[in-house]
Design a protein around this ligand. Sequence first.
Ligand SMILES: [Zn+2]
Length: 208
Amino acid sequence: MPHAGKEDRMRYGVSYYPEHKEEEELSADLALLKQSGINTVRMGEFAWCRMEPSEGNFSFGWLEEAVNELGEAGIQTILCTPTACPPAWLAEKHPDILYVDNRRIRRPFGGRRHYCYNNETYRAYSVRIAEELAKAFAGNPYVAGVQIDNEPAQEGTGRCCCPVCEGKFREYLRQTYGSIEAFNRRTAGAAVFSGPRSTGILRRFRCL
Ligand SMILES: [Zn+2]
């Protein structure tokens, strides 16, 4: 009998990364999780490269095995969209998804959160992997919830200075203030811009 739907315990959980484990390690980890009183784990937030190892080639069996094995032992899963870590093939195909720091340097692939959230290409691929994940786990009795992304704006990505972000920020200012004169008046001399192309606009307002 699945444990899902009968959750009346306080949730006590931890992150778990089966993508970095050998299959036989799961059983040993499971015993430790049970011994620690863990009843919920969250999984998948950095595993895009395992869920979609190449473009359009989706692979969720390894994650389903982990979800089911944990679930049968009474440990439910918060399933995470993997959008915090777009895979290398995506960055290689669309390097414009990588974020640009406040020195105007496009940061290389690596680590996590190496992308611009405003980039439409990144967004389109994110929607697709999230939909595929949802389809793969729809109805799974051991999935207790979903996490959308992970630590937004960490690792500097919330301060991306790419042309897309700069354009959106200028549009935000235009809609908020209406004119350069109104903006300069409202900011009370904190910054004075002479035109919409004043350099360093994002460095001053978003990247310091
Ligand atoms: Zn950007």
